[in-house]
Structures are given as C-alpha cells and as structure tokens.
Design a protein. Structure first.
Length: 94
C-alpha cells in the first residue's frame, strides 16, 4: 500500500441566496504508521498563495490504513472584497 492515497476531490461552486460559494472536499487514505500523526492538505487557489489546512480523522480500515477528510467552505463577499479561491492545486502530507 502507498503511504498516502488521495481517493476523492471535489471543487464545487454554487449560489446560495445571493452569494456564490465554493466548497472543497478531499478524502484521503493513509498508512497508519504511528498513533500520533497529523494529516495536512496544502492548497492554493488562483492567487498562487499556499495554505495549510488540517484534515480530520474519519475512520480506520483493516490492514493498517486510516481515512481522513478535509472540507473547506468559502463564501464570496463583495462588501468585504472576499473572492473565491477558484481552481485549486493541492498536496497532502503527514
């Protein structure tokens, strides 16, 4: 088994009421090499600035693997000049 496998990625845009939202989801399978670990997703949007977001533990799988997930929600605000990340580039580390 590979130590890290990205199983699912979603980058969805939707309009809720009058605001545009972007939801990013990442589902990851990692080898359970130790109890005390942190799984992180490094990501950047159209602006090219990289961010680090912690994934959260989801469940264990027989054979020494664990599932982790990350869910991010961005809401566009014209009042506060907040734009959505757009196209997402990412990496996973633990």
């Amino acid at each position: 088994m590979e130590k890290i496998q990205c199983l699912y990625v979603e980058n969805r845009f939707q309009r809720v009421n009058k605001s545009l939202q972007q939801r990013v989801k990442v589902f990851i399978k990692v080898e359970n090499i130790c109890f005390d670990k942190a799984v992180e997703v490094l990501w950047s949007g159209d602006d090219g600035v990289w961010h680090v977001a912690p994934a959260r533990f989801d469940s264990s799988f027989d054979g020494g693997a664990e599932y982790w997930q990350l869910s991010l929600l961005f809401i566009e605000s014209k009042v506060d000049s907040i734009s959505l990340p757009g196209t997402i580039r990412f990496g996973v580390r633990f």
